[in-house]
Design a protein around this ligand. Structure first.
Ligand code: DGJ
Length: 298
């Protein structure tokens, strides 16, 4: 598939999984994302729902439909007038539930909450459980991250995106324990995508320029609640200074190799926004993302 383009599913339809994340479960990859298959007005779309696609090779994606749908009831959190973005799904082995956190907002982005939905199966339907401001702080772009020890965290752009906050989830992944920390203070980062390599935790993030591409940077820390530092720009190749015209969505691993999923936003026609997947390599011990025209799967 051509990186940067809107990819097609196995039915030949455009994949609607923008701002997405990829979860591997029992040998199958599940791609969750925003279904934006409706007309764009003022650089915004009505909330349709979150889609799920599944694949074994990360190339042929079968549409599993909407796993959380908009609710056409006035005042409902999932009303089409709401902004629901960046679904991030974790599997909790203890409760055997799939836990979907997302960014819940209004069109002015002043609500700034995280929403929660839970399912017994990866393809849903997920049951909506409510929303909150983590630790009473605003939260816009965010990601949920599962550590190797089974602990999970939310990384949230906060203080009007000036500072990020990391929040610990409880054992069920459905509640916040209250433990949190400010990181990347006044660094103005969004679109966080987390992974770990060796002893390090790493994070890709973008600057805050709305739908317009900017320079992705990576940050690292030796612990989740450690001292996160922005290090450098990982992109190499044409358009690298503007992240190839894309923005980070999520990191996932396949056969031990980490990959980054990116969105190529089309602000005036959001449903046709494209995708890229690139392998994350290391050059002189530092993460690098080399542009490739084609995504060939695994
Ligand atoms: C940038 C964010 O990363 C996207 O998820 C979306 O919220 C846009 N801003 C809206 O302008």
């Amino acid at each position: 598939m051509k990186n940067g383009a809107l990819w097609l599913d196995t039915d030949g339809r455009g994949i609607q999984a923008h701002g997405g994340s990829i979860l591997q479960h029992n040998g199958i990859f599940y791609w969750y994302g925003e279904n934006k298959d409706t007309d764009t007005h003022n650089r915004s779309v009505d909330f349709v729902g979150f889609s799920c696609y599944k694949s074994r090779d990360l190339l042929h994606w079968e549409n599993c439909g909407l796993v959380l749908s908009a609710v056409n009831e006035l005042g409902h959190d999932l009303h089409p007038d709401s902004v629901c973005e960046r679904p991030s799904v974790l599997y909790n082995a203890e409760t055997q539930k799939f836990v979907l956190w997302f960014h819940l907002d209004n069109r002015r982005y002043t609500r700034a909450e995280v929403g929660l939905a839970v399912s017994n199966t990866p393809t849903g339907p997920f049951t909506y459980m409510g929303s909150q401001r983590p630790g009473s702080h605003d939260s816009r772009d965010f990601t949920a991250f599962q550590d190797r020890d089974g602990r999970a965290y939310l990384f949230c752009s906060s203080d009007w995106n000036a500072t990020m906050r990391v929040w610990e989830l409880d054992k069920t992944y459905t509640k916040l324990t209250g433990s949190g920390k400010e990181i990347l203070i006044d660094q103005a980062r969004e679109a966080p995508a987390l992974w770990h390599s060796g002893e390090k935790y790493l994070m890709f993030s973008s600057g805050c320029t709305g739908w317009s591409p900017n320079t992705m940077l990576y940050a690292e820390s030796s612990a989740i609640f450690g001292s996160w530092r922005l290090i450098d720009a990982p992109c190499r190749g044409p358009g690298a200074r503007r992240t190839f015209g894309a923005q980070s969505a999520a990191v996932f691993a396949a056969n031990g190799q980490p990959y980054l999923l990116l969105d190529h936003w089309h602000p005036d026609d959001l449903r046709n926004s494209g995708y890229t997947i690139l392998p994350i390599t290391f050059e002189n011990g530092l993460p690098a993302l080399n542009w490739q025209d084609e995504w060939m799967g695994i």
